[in-house]
Ligand binder design. Structure first.
Ligand SMILES: [Zn+2]
Length: 197
């Protein structure tokens, strides 16, 4: 296998990149000056070295705690529960939310061996117990796993005197939060509805 073949194979293992795109990217890199390839390679290594999970919320950050957790201007009575760190960015991009976040690290999926213990529910419980949380917005993905996870959050906090809300409809069912467009997500966040029991 040539080094070009090797690069194409590696690139095609990336999410959303098929063999054709991988080949196009590899040839693009080959055509560019060497400095470009060096910067690209260095940057990939640097994100692995510098970025870690925030010890409070689980968001990706270079400084711990992250800029959201350490921002005194954020509303500390509202916490938005999401599956993945990239969901934090998606919601931040709407400019519609000024509370805190909690990243679960995935969704409950028994078929993949992911139960509540594999996710950060203990930490969430600890945070809610310690801080003056009045509302939990559940922003898991509108998938079977996301819904199962949302119900688990409801079960954990329904009798704790906390308002539990979820995003209003508008996010395509079966999709990921990160693929929702900004306007839809902002509207969905603004029009969030309480869980009814
Ligand atoms: Zn944080």
């Amino acid at each position: 296998m040539t080094s070009l073949d090797h690069l194409i194979k590696l690139l095609s293992s990336l999410p959303g990149i098929g063999r054709k795109s991988a080949s196009r990217i590899a040839h693009y890199i080959l055509k560019k000056e060497k400095a470009y390839a060096e910067t690209l390679a260095r940057q990939i290594v640097q994100v692995k070295e510098k970025i870690r999970a925030c010890s409070v919320c689980g968001n990706y950050t270079e400084l711990d705690p992250c800029s959201i957790c350490s921002d005194p201007g954020r509303d500390r009575s509202v916490i938005c529960v999401v599956e993945q760190p990239q969901d934090v960015q998606t919601i931040e991009d709407t400019n519609e939310f000024r509370g805190l976040f909690h990243v679960l690290g995935g969704a409950i999926s028994p078929i993949d061996g992911i139960g509540p213990r594999e996710l950060t529910f203990d930490k969430l419980r600890e945070r809610v117990g310690k801080d003056q949380i009045k509302e939990i917005i559940i922003a898991t993905n509108p998938t079977v796993e996301g819904d199962t996870t949302a119900l688990y959050v409801v079960k954990l906090f329904s009798e704790k005197g906390i308002t539990l809300t979820r995003l209003a409809s508008g996010i395509p069912v079966g999709g990921d939060l990160e693929y929702a467009d900004k306007i839809t997500l902002a509207r969905s966040l603004k029009g969030r509805v309480p869980y009814s029991f």
